[in-house]
Design a protein around this ligand. Structure first.
Ligand code: C2E
Ligand code: CA
Ligand code: CA
Length: 433
């Protein structure tokens, strides 16, 4: 592959009318296939995909497997970009036909990065790097698609690297901040807990959203120490509130966990240590996981969650309904709560049809005796619909956006009598007697 690529490159430099293109093809969620169906099935998927790719290109083109689930295709003597797009679309289209693996239908999608006009490159490895960057962009944009390399992307890859270095420093200096979004009981709109949301306090750029930096923290493994910092800070803050506002003793604090953290062998020990050190009871802590995190290493995750449950820590499934996973896992994993994804709540605009998914999730939760939290409630209509469907709890801008600890404290002062005031009032009451 590399030899053919070098050859094509030097030929294109000598004959400027001779164009070629490179496609960097990566299987989406291949790890999930491997983990759920086994490595033998994974190998078979690779073989079938390789075969399909081979059939979709001309005899004079070449496809090579350059690592685990990555293929590279060299298209030579092309007329122009339209021809390359045609081939790419044919490949993506062909993948909508399921692969048959041991009598099962398996759907595989591909992310493809394309480099054309390769003469600006000096060697094959430069082309592969840029095709890889474009492929990565296709993944970020939602997978099962292609992206054509643009030099701007190289700049963005550099920016990413920069962000990654910044993240390491931020962790050292603890330049992070927690926001708290109250979770309400929908019947009487009382606060019953809070979700902890992380922000990066960047010295130059100000607050950076987790959407921007969590993926990088996950990829680099920085999420492991960062995630523990979140748990520790949240538990400490919660205990401080418990002390001032005894009425909050039942409040639960929800912390988001990343897949990467679940794979840490001593996660449970680290979390229970934090509980012991801060004094927060396990039942006051909720861990939010996503469905896809349950798909990998099922037995391991069941054991892990059961261990967390044995410390009374609750398990909540975030963004429920968006994970394309089989519902049967609800029986196998010790789960307490389903969070109805924002996208389903957003759709609730008064029409019964718009409520279909939320209402099915609620019925499902009822049957399985799980509690439900609706996310992203923004309008009174949505609240009303959810109340009618019997939804227990919710969060969203209608009630409160994520707030700083100081803002939460102020809210609680207005709502609950703090301990200090209770104390002050006791001598008064005694004096009156
Ligand atoms: P998520 O867990 O789904 O968190 C809810 C997101 O919805 C938050 O965005 C919140 O600000 C936003 N939100 C709340 N109410 C509304 C509403 O009414 N309408 C709309 N449109 N949005 C609302 P945020 O804070 O930007 O967090 C984004 C994601 O980042 C979170 O999604 C979560 O997946 C991740 N994240 C945040 N903090 C952490 C963390 O400490 N660890 C990990 N691993 N992930 C985190
Ligand atoms: Ca969440
Ligand atoms: Ca969510």
């Amino acid at each position: 592959m590399i030899e053919r690529l070098e050859l094509a490159l030097s030929r294109a430099k000598r004959y400027p009318d001779l164009h070629f293109a490179v496609l960097f093809v990566d299987l989406d969620r291949f790890k999930v296939i491997n983990d759920s169906l086994g490595h033998v099935a994974g190998d078979r998927v690779l073989q079938l995909v390789a075969h399909k790719l081979q059939q979709l290109i001309r005899d004079t083109d070449i496809v090579g497997r350059i690592s685990g689930d990555e293929f590279v295709i060299l298209l030579e003597a092309i007329e122009g970009i339209h021809e390359v797009i045609r081939v790419t679309e044919r490949i993506l289209n062909e993948m909508t036909v399921p692969l048959i693996i041991a009598d099962r239908e398996v759907f595989v999608t591909l992310s493809i990065g394309i480099v054309i006009n390769c003469t600006a490159h000096h060697q094959a490895s430069d082309i592969l790097r840029d095709a890889d960057i474009a492929m990565y962009r296709a993944k970020l944009k939602g997978k099962a698609r292609y992206e054509i390399f643009d030099p701007i992307m190289r700049l963005e890859a550099l920016k990413r690297l920069h962000l990654e270095n910044g993240l390491r420093q931020a962790l050292e200096h603890q330049d992070f901040l927690l926001y708290y979004q109250p979770i309400f009981k929908l019947t009487d709109q009382e606060i019953v807990g809070m979700e902890v949301l992380l922000r990066w306090q960047h010295p130059q750029r100000g607050l950076i959203s987790p959407v921007e930096f969590i993926p990088i923290a996950e990829e680099t493994g920085l999420i492991v120490p960062l995630g523990l910092w979140v748990v520790r800070s949240a538990c400490t803050q919660m205990m401080a509130w418990h002390r001032i506002f005894p009425a909050m003793a039942d409040f639960r604090i929800s912390v988001n966990l990343s897949a990467r953290q679940l794979r840490e062998p001593n996660l449970v020990q680290q979390i229970t240590e934090i509980l012991n050190q801060t004094g927060l009871p396990g039942q006051n802590l909720v861990l939010e996981l996503t469905e896809s995190m349950l798909a990998e290493d099922e037995e391991g995750v069941v054991a892990l969650l059961s261990e967390l449950r044995s410390h009374q820590i609750e398990i909540s499934i975030d963004d429920f309904g968006t994970g394309y996973s089989s519902l049967s896992y609800l029986h196998r994993f010790p789960i307490n709560t389903l969070k109805i994804d924002r996208s389903f709540v957003k759709r609730m605009q008064g029409d019964a049809d718009d409520n279909a998914i939320a209402s099915i999730i609620l019925a499902l939760a009822q049957r399985l005796k799980l509690s439900v939290v609706a996310e992203g409630i923004e309008t009174a209509t949505q609240l009303h619909q959810l109340q009618t469907l019997g939804c227990e709890k919710g969060q969203g801008y209608l009630f409160a956006p994520p707030l700083t600890a100081a803002e939460i404290t102020a809210r609680f002062h207005a709502q609950y009598s703090p301990h200090v005031l209770n104390h002050d009032s006791i001598p008064d009451v005694n004096a009156a007697r």
